[in-house]
Design a protein around this ligand. Sequence first.
Ligand code: HEM
Length: 396
Amino acid sequence: MPHTQLAGSQPVVRTCPFSPPGEYRELREQDPVAHVTLPDGIDGWLITRYADVRAVLSDPRFSSRRRGVTGNHLGSQEIPPPPPGWFIFMDAPEHPRLRKMLTGRFTVRRMRELAPAVERIVADHLDAMAAATGPVDLVQDFALPIPSLVICELLGVPYADRAEFQHNSATLLRLGAPAEEVAQAQLELNQLIHRLAVQKRTEPADDILSALVGDGDLTDEELAGIGVLLLVAGHETTANMIALSTLCLLRDPAQLALLRAEPEHADAVVEELLRFLSVIQFGIRRTALADVEVGGQLIPAGSTVVAHLPAANRDPELFPDDPESLDLLRPHRPHVAFGFGIHQCIGQQLARLELRIALTSLFERFPELRLAVPLEAVPMRDEMVVYGVHELPVTW
Ligand code: HEM
């Protein structure tokens, strides 16, 4: 039913750790384009139907320049200019100019070539876990190092710098982080990449930063921004998917048995976990450049719009068979966990590769893997842009 009054706040409180708050189901059915207050205090339009989410994300009248989801623009109605190089926040022509410098690096073929390196990294971490006595934190010992190492190798960032960049990435992606902390984190990340770019100018290697330096088409600021974007997006997202998927499977023995019995279905399992868990938990933002009608509702020019990926991925219009449950053998449908349109995740093939190898190898190597604490004691990432667990104590 169309209306323009602020209806309430974007729901953020979960009752089940693996599902978005139950209110999204009601919103999708009764108020699929809802005018709400977003978690950082901004007015916005919350889009919860799959078809509407895809329509918004493929419509150039919705700009990727946006009012921030993290603390950097807390409460402000201003739309900040995107930091140099951060093409995720840009529109044409800047966005395709920068994105096309990278697309060749993330193709299916490139990822196939990368598989043995990912298998080696995963096997090394499983060996180290096996040598431990007593419970380990699966986040620190497995889920976080794997994508961090892989993106470091691809970019040409020393893994020794991980403590600093993991800490700073977490600050960028924490809802309500103070603006000064966010600015400092951004500065330190830029300085890290800038330092490396200077080195690579004289000692180029076979990595993305060297290729970008060699390209000669980028300002130093753009180069640093692209490097930071890839570094941050490349490890936080996948790390959380690995850890949350593990927890989800440990809590659903019937589904885990399916994965074990039919490892050849691992690709389908990864797709269903991406759909079901949809870790970009607050959705992704756009700004209306004109008055646009979505699902029968007029969205005024200048409005912030949230394409809510978790709600869209549970829309019965697309997933008619019990979309609220995890069904690893569900027939494939095109979910939107990686977004949609020109900004659809550039690293999606990399994420799929890492998830497939990490999850199948983990459960093969540790058939008795189990939680070392009650589910209620696992700290969930409720305040983070990328949902997941802060820690995952496991034993076997
Ligand atoms: C499971 C893991 C991942 C998830 C769920 C995920 C999700 C997403 C989503 C939803 C978007 C669209 C954002 C928007 O339209 O505003 C996106 C874009 C992006 N992702 Fe990922 N991502 C993942 C892994 C990765 C990895 C491994 C990389 C490393 C290269 C990466 C790099 C990027 C970049 C650079 C963009 C911006 C693309 C553009 O604006 O053209 N992501 N991702």
